[in-house]
Ligand binder design. Structure first.
Ligand code: NAP
Length: 290
């Protein structure tokens, strides 16, 4: 069992601290607003008054604050970076791949073992296998830091994605890009049904296999096709898809009088590919890698 510090006890940092304490680790936390950390004491977590005191007895040190600017503000204190020398800093604050690489370059000459991590989960999922955690960086490699993965496993299902300190954010950004695109489509789906008088519970009752089977299959097949750059023999050509978008989605949205901004942006991407001569190919051609 490790002594571990969590800096930042917002909703996510608090969930991390609880899960680590629940797994038997000795957890110390510090939060800028102390009162927000205090409920964690009931879970056996030590709440420190001062940041440096929180860090002194722990390795690794996990940081999970609002954003990279807040993290940089804390790490700019040389007393903290001096204290982190020889320890592992696991940065769980969301950032871009460039943030991860810049943080690793900052940590290296200071003798701080930098690990970048991305959380693909809501706080309520932390501590269950449903929480997906991606981590990376030279200091995180299982062969050089054998204790880290078992520790992070208290938080969810963990994946080491390589020595590149930007790697975890790459995976995070790519999957979250899918999430927001899908949610934008889902909003269109709900608005279309509502505008035409179909109750949402009825739509949801009819949509189970569409989400669990059709979408899952389409995602996997498209991903495999893009990886292999194989766009021939489509089940449905780009021409057919474009016709469907125009008639069924754009046409029905206009009839229902709902916003068409998202649909129009999607339609434009399909229309550009068709205009580029790809009308007979699979939808995967839209993601043709350079
Ligand atoms: P939150 O509840 O708003 O908590 C933000 C935390 O950052 C608080 O502890 C806050 O301290 C601290 N903070 C902000 N600015 C600070 C500063 N200048 N100096 C010191 N501490 C500062 O947010 P959260 O949901 O826990 O998110 C934390 C991180 O987890 C973010 O990077 C977020 O993207 C990531 N994340 C969240 C989720 C999620 O579903 N919530 C999922 C994946 C990743 P105070 O209490 O003093 O304000």
């Amino acid at each position: 069992m490790s002594s571990v510090t969590v800096i930042g006890t917002g909703v996510m940092g608090s969930a991390l601290a609880r899960a680590l304490a629940g797994a038997g680790h000795q957890v110390t936390v510090w939060n800028r607003t102390r009162s927000r950390a205090e409920p964690l004491a009931e879970a056996g977590v030590t709440v420190a008054d001062h940041l440096l005191d929180a860090v002194r007895g722990s390795d690794p040190v996990i940081m999970c604050v609002s954003n990279q600017a807040a993290a940089a503000e804390l790490l700019a204190d040389s007393a903290l970076s001096d204290l982190l020398r020889g320890r592992t800093l696991v940065q769980m604050t969301t950032g871009t791949p460039a943030d991860g690489r810049r943080n690793a370059a900052w940590a290296q000459p200071l003798g701080i073992g930098y690990v970048d991590a991305a959380i693909l989960a809501y706080p309520r999922e932390i501590g269950t296998p449903d929480a997906e955690i991606f981590y990376c960086g030279p200091a995180g490699a299982p062969e050089t830091a054998p204790g880290l993965e078992p520790l992070l496993s208290a938080l969810g299902t963990v994946h080491f994605v390589g020595a590149d300190a930007g790697g975890a954010s790459v995976v995070d950004a790519a999957l979250i890009a899918f999430f927001y695109g899908a949610m934008a489509g889902f909003v269109q789906c709900l608005n279309l049904a509502s505008a035409e008088g179909v109750p949402i519970p009825d739509l949801l009752a009819l949509s189970g296999p569409f989400f669990s089977r059709f979408i899952a299959n389409a995602v996997h097949e498209t991903g495999e096709r893009v990886a292999e750059r194989r766009y021939d023999q489509p089940q449905s050509s780009l021409d057919t898809h474009l016709g469907g978008i125009d008639l069924l989605v754009l046409g029905s949205s206009r009839e229902a009088g709902i916003d068409t901004g998202v649909v129009t942006a999607i339609r434009d991407a399909f229309a550009r590919a068709v205009a580029g001569g790809h009308g007979a190919e699979d939808i995967a051609i839209l993601a043709d890698p350079p």
